[in-house]
Design a protein. Structure first.
Length: 366
């Protein structure tokens, strides 16, 4: 089901920028006026960044960590705008933050992952922005809950925010290696499908967690057609007061952006397009056969369910399940098919097969 979010203009239209990709960059935290001005001037000199970011209020996991300078730093962001011409953006987590940001003429704001998880916080911020014309970017919640992410976007849409976008910063996982957060690119595809009018930026810094992975994550984001990037840049990353390991120097950022391969959605080469369409036609045929095979499997599951009902046999037999998975995994290995894909696929198929037999049993018992 698609979202009820209204159609809106492109990211580039927000600040009259035509270059691709749209890049937001700056330190995780504003630490001093000298620091933010130094970083901003370096970013401006490279001419690849459109918006300067800096955290002013930092929602930390535990008390005692650096939690930001607070409202004083908003004046530093204004000085960045005066001296470099860069637009500015910061994070807000409540209505009081919104009031301070608007009073200090900050150009854009983002909603952090820890805020997106709570609809009460999101609604409070949305109400504070009712009738205000300011771009809002919403980060995904900490855990992989697409409904919360879309719900947050809808809350801002309903109060009249016309310049609205999403930031994909990865999701908490017990095993995200080698990254800090699991990318779960599939959820960005789902968001695109349900809310195609929403531009999506990638936050490689929070996905990667370590600066050596930022280039790879940035390129992947471009390869799957993200609209832009938000990357943390610091003039002395190793001495940063927050998230030091995932920040890079402006020089490193420039190198990454210069090296990005920006691909297009369509092909200009007629011959390549013909080849692509021919292969896609073959894939469509295989998918059609696959769905037909699933239908045939469903019919066989019904027959198995009938036999189990007649002989009072349990629906689930653990040894049979182990046998199925072992055989399918071995076949996958022989054919060079990814074993994890086969495991995931047959887990889903088995779940539906069990549910199918449960439904059949209920009907028989009526």
């Amino acid at each position: 089901m698609s979202s009820a979010i209204h159609k809106r203009e492109t990211l580039q239209g927000w600040i009259d920028q035509t270059d691709s990709p749209f890049v937001i960059a700056g330190p995780c935290s504003a630490e001093s006026e000298a620091q933010v001005l130094s970083i901003a001037k370096s970013l401006k000199a490279d001419n690849k960044v459109s918006v300067f970011r800096a955290g002013v209020w930092k929602p930390r996991t535990r008390p005692g960590s650096f939690e930001g300078i607070g409202s004083e730093a908003l004046g530093w962001l204004n000085e960045v705008k005066k001296q470099t011409g860069l637009s500015t953006i910061t994070e807000v987590a409540n209505a009081a933050h919104v009031e301070e940001v608007l009073k200090n003429d900050i150009d854009m704001l983002w909603i952090g992952a820890r805020t997106t998880v709570n609809p009460f916080y999101v609604q409070e911020i949305a109400e504070a922005l009712r009738g205000v014309n300011i771009p809002v970017l919403v980060k995904n919640p900490l855990h992989a809950d697409l409904g919360l992410w879309i719900g947050a976007l809808e809350r801002f849409d309903k109060v009249g925010i016309s310049q609205l976008g999403a930031i994909h910063r990865g999701f908490f996982s017990n095993n995200p290696a080698p990254f800090r957060n699991e990318p779960r690119w599939d959820l960005s595809f789902e968001l695109r499908a349900k809310a195609p009018e929403i531009p999506i930026l990638c936050d490689p810094s929070h996905i990667a967690g370590k600066r050596e992975w930022i280039k790879e994550v940035s390129q992947t984001a471009m390869d799957i057609n993200f609209d832009g990037l938000m990357i943390e840049a610091h003039n002395n990353p190793d001495r940063a007061l927050s998230d030091a390991e995932q920040q890079i120097t402006p020089e490193s950022l420039n190198s990454i952006l210069e090296g990005l391969i920006i691909r297009t959605e369509s092909l200009d080469n007629v011959e390549s397009e013909k080849k692509l369409n021919a292969i896609r036609h073959e894939i469509d045929g295989l998918d059609s056969k696959f769905i037909s095979l699933l239908n045939g499997r469903k019919e066989l599951i019904n027959k198995i369910g009938e036999i189990k009902f007649e002989d009072d046999m349990t629906i689930f037999q653990m040894q049979r399940w182990f046998e199925i998975m072992r055989n399918r995994e071995n076949l996958a290995e022989e054919l060079g098919v990814n074993k994890s894909l086969v495991q995931e696929l047959f887990n889903v198929i088995h779940k539906y097969s069990v549910n199918q037999q449960i439904d059949l049993l209920k009907k028989k018992q009526r």
